[in-house]
Design a protein around this ligand. Structure first.
Ligand SMILES: [Zn+2]
Length: 305
C-alpha cells in the first residue's frame, strides 16, 4: 500500500508513478526485506578536505584500508546479499575489489568515480565518463549519489549510461519512484507528521527534511546515534510489509587503525561526523540475525515484473 500511496504522491510531484494504472498493490510489491547497502569508500570520504587532491595522494592516504576491509566484511555478511556502491577510484587502486564482491554474490553498484559533492549535470557526466570501463565490465546497474545528494538531471544521464535504478534521495520507506526509465528507491525516512507530497531531487539530510518531520533512520548517522531506535523502526516497517533501505560504510564495520584519532582534525571542525566513526558491527549482526536481506537490484527487478 505504501508504494501506491507514494506513487500517488509522486504523480502530484510530476514524476511517473510506479505503474499506470496501479490496481493491485500486492502484484507489484516484492516481499518485505531489509535492503542493506554499503557505500564502499575510503575512511576519509566523509571529510571534504581531500576531495581535490590528486588520486595518488588519496591512494596513499587510504593505506590499503579499503582493500584490507573487504574480506572481513564479506565474511560477516555471509549469505546476506548486499548492495555495495563502490567509489570508482578504489577500483583503480585495487582492481580485484569489484570481482571479490561479485564472486561473493553481492551487487556491485556505483558511488561515483571520486567521492565528492556532485551537484551539476556537467560534473556528473564527467564522473560517469571516467568510470565507463569498469562499470561495463561489472554490468553496474545501481547508482548511489555521494552524501545522498543529487539533482533531477542525473536520471537521464543514468539511463544513457546503462543504469536501471538509483538510491539517491531520502523518502519514507515504501516510496518507489519512476524518473523516466530509472527507478528511484530512496534511503528510508520515518515521517512523523504525514507523508511528503514531492519527491524531487535533492532530498538530502538537511534542515527542511528534518523540519518536515522525516526521521532519516536509513542513514548510518542515525544508527550510530540511536541504534536501538533504528532497529525498532526497521522492525516496525518490516511488520507493515515495507522494505527499509539503510546504508553503512566500511569504516563503521571494520575500524581503521588508530581510529578515530586519525580523523580527529575533521571531528574537531565538524563534530556532526562523530556518529560515522562509531563501530556498528554489533548493530549489523543484529540486522543479519533478524531480517531477510536482498540487494536493491533484486528488489527492483521483482518490482518491475
Ligand atoms: Zn559516500
Amino acid at each position: 500500500m505504501e508504494a501506491i500511496r507514494s506513487a500517488g504522491n509522486s504523480r502530484r510531484a510530476g514524476v511517473q508513478p510506479l505503474k499506470t494504472p496501479c490496481y493491485n498493490p500486492t502484484a507489484m510489491t516484492p516481499s518485505p526485506r531489509l535492503l542493506l547497502t554499503i557505500d564502499y569508500e575510503s575512511w576519509f570520504a566523509i571529510s571534504r578536505r581531500f576531495d581535490s587532491l590528486p588520486t595518488e595522494k588519496r591512494f596513499a592516504l587510504d593505506e590499503s584500508y579499503a582493500w584490507n576491509a573487504i574480506d572481513p566484511i564479506l565474511d560477516r555478511l555471509k549469505d546476506a546479499k548486499t548492495s555495495f556502491y563502490l567509489v570508482g577510484e578504489l577500483v583503480e587502486w585495487y582492481p580485484d575489489l569489484p570481482q571479490k564482491i561479485f564472486d561473493a554474490g553481492h551487487e556491485v553498484g556505483f558511488h561515483c568515480q571520486v567521492h565528492r559533492p556532485l551537484n551539476s549535470v556537467g560534473e556528473i557526466e564527467k564522473d560517469l565518463k571516467a568510470s565507463t570501463a569498469w562499470r561495463k565490465k561489472f554490468n553496474v546497474r545501481g547508482f548511489r549519489a555521494p552524501m545522498i545528494n543529487t539533482v533531477e538531471g542525473v536520471y537521464p544521464l543514468l539511463e544513457q549510461n546503462g543504469f536501471t535504478y538509483s538510491s539517491s534521495l531520502y523518502a519514507p520507506t515504501g516510496t518507489i519512484l519512476r524518473k523516466g526509465n530509472i527507478w528511484e528507491l530512496p534511503v528510508s525516512t520515518y515521517p512523523l507528521f504525514g507523508k511528503p507530497v514531492t519527491f524531487r531531487a535533492p532530498r538530502r539530510m538537511d534542515l527542511p527534511l528534518i523540519i518536515g518531520g522525516e526521521f532519516p533512520y536509513g542513514s548510518s548517522l542515525m544508527s550510530g546515534l540511536l541504534p536501538k531506535i533504528v532497529f525498532k523502526l526497521i522492525e516496525k516497517e518490516f511488520k507493515k510489509g515495507l522494505s527499509p533501505v539503510i546504508f553503512l560504510h566500511p569504516y563503521e564495520i571494520v575500524s581503521p587503525s588508530n581510529w578515530p584519532a586519525r580523523f580527529s582534525q575533521d571531528l574537531q571542525s565538524n563534530p556532526i561526523l562523530y556518529p560515522f566513526t562509531l563501530n556498528k558491527s554489533s548493530f549489523l549482526n543484529d540486522l543479519l540475525r533478524s531480517f531477510p536481506i536482498s540487494t536493491v537490484e533484486a528488489f527492483v527487478r521483482e518490482a518491475a515484473q
